[in-house]
Design a protein around this ligand. Sequence first.
Ligand code: FES
Length: 615
Amino acid sequence: MKLKVTFRPENVEIAALPGLTILELARRANLAISAVCGGRGTCGKCLVRINPAPPAGPLELKRIPAARLAEGYRMACQARVTDRDLEVEVPDESRLFNLKVLVSGLSREVAVHSTLRKYYLELAPPVIEDQRSDWERLRDAAAGRAGLRPAELEVGIYLLRRLPVLLRENNFKVTAVLANRRLISVEGGDTTEHCYGVAFDLGTTSIVGALLDMRTARELAVAHRTNPQTSYGADVISRINLTLQDPDGGQRMRTAASDALGEIIAELADRAAISAHHVYEVVVAGNSAMEHLFLGLPAGSLATSPYIGVCRGPVTLSARRAGLRVNEDGFVRTAPLISGFVGGDTVAGILAVNLHREERLRLLVDIGTNGEIVAGNREGLFCASAAAGPAFEGANIHNGMRAEPGAIDKVRITDRVEYSTIAEAPVRGICGTGLLETVSELLRVGLLGPEGRFRNDSELAGLELPAAVKERLVDTPGGRAFRLDPETGVAVYQKDVRQLQLAKAAIAAGIEILLEKMSLETSDLEEVLLAGAFGSYIDPAAALRIGLLPPVRPETIRFVGNTSLAGARLMLLSTELKDEAECIPSLCGYVELFHEKDFMDLFVEKLAFPTPGLP
Ligand code: FES
């Protein structure tokens, strides 16, 4: 029996078989519903309103308030099509919006030295006296222009099959596109002006792409998308599990990633008014799981100890095999990986900030669900990945949300409570930056103690604070909480403070272990570089106050933006830097934090906030 499900307000209709979940149907209809837990029924972020509402299951009865159940609200991952047509309203709170992402990155002077070269050739048409084949005719001319011996130039079978038509349709006036010693494309007429590449930061949460002119290194456009794999789970483990449990799971993850990259390429081409056919090279830098899923490599072993991947790369494959709509003979390269938890995005980051080449001792921290930490200089590097959990992404937080429009992201407590929201949209919740800033402010004004406990009423009475601030600290059925926005009820709860403590303690302990490994003191650090979208929006004083970073001088902290994208750009533009990136994994000692005997003790020690006296 085929039934119909209509999603509102888009009025998208989709045929459905009984038994399918609403979340599965939404994915098929290309509607992005938030599914932080990957559909396990534990996050409660996928609420939709269904008419007529199917009977609520046990997880829904547990998580959804009775009044909302009566209004027809159900969890999209639990509610299934039964025996009738349904209308499903997807409220804003359950949708995935475009994230606030960092797209500017970091710029570094680089000499363009790409492997790509284009030569316009006017070939002599074949005559009876010249019996060279089409390939020899083209090869001789192209090799001559490239300074190669003809025998050094290679060509693939796909191009050979099309060659006769390409030459004759264009009166033997063509442009040859070479990548190193391989002819990768032949185009009619003179197209030497058009030679492009795209660099990608393939993040767990968002994907950013930059279109570059390969002749001038000029950035022509930047575009981004939420990683569509997010609708299968916010964390990489949920996505890896899907590939293990569902025979089609790996293919779905791969298609989701390549479709998103394809959409970004189309948008970039459109915005720069170029043809995607003239994009010949793509570099993708992502964490180990994201690169495995994009390449269609089995990722299961990344999720269990000893966390070993299939291959540390770098991998080069044809654009055709990668499923990207650029020049069909173009190619795609992934950044090399260091370990199962320190991936190509970190390699790209090290390359972007030149950590492996400079004399100064520096620390690079990319803060996200996993905090990647690298310390060192040209003498050697050590790296680790600290499992910070999803608090910095706004997950597992009572009113938490990702850094989307409407998320409170900046907070200041003076004689009143001031805040701003992303895109100045009406308040919907609080993102990781907002949580960090709130906690920092609460510590500064004394509403929160160093152990992370909200002051009780008698302690509160002794604090010299305006009543307008004190009265925001209240007892609620969900525990003691500080109300940021009384109108919507968005607040930071005691358990949210705990989540932040766990996240910052993991990163702070990881940093200390790395410094110990290198026999370094905090005072030896000449610079602390904060990377990633989260790292670029936080206030350094707040990061120091909560103890996320070691107590360095604030002026040594520098925001370096999206270093994964910046490094991917460098690998795209310069053969030398691409080769350098390939050497970085061998320069970098990996430290598995959970195997370090001091890690747990340090982690517990770092749960507390530093005592006042810091900036
Ligand atoms: S509860 Fe449905 S996706 Fe998490």
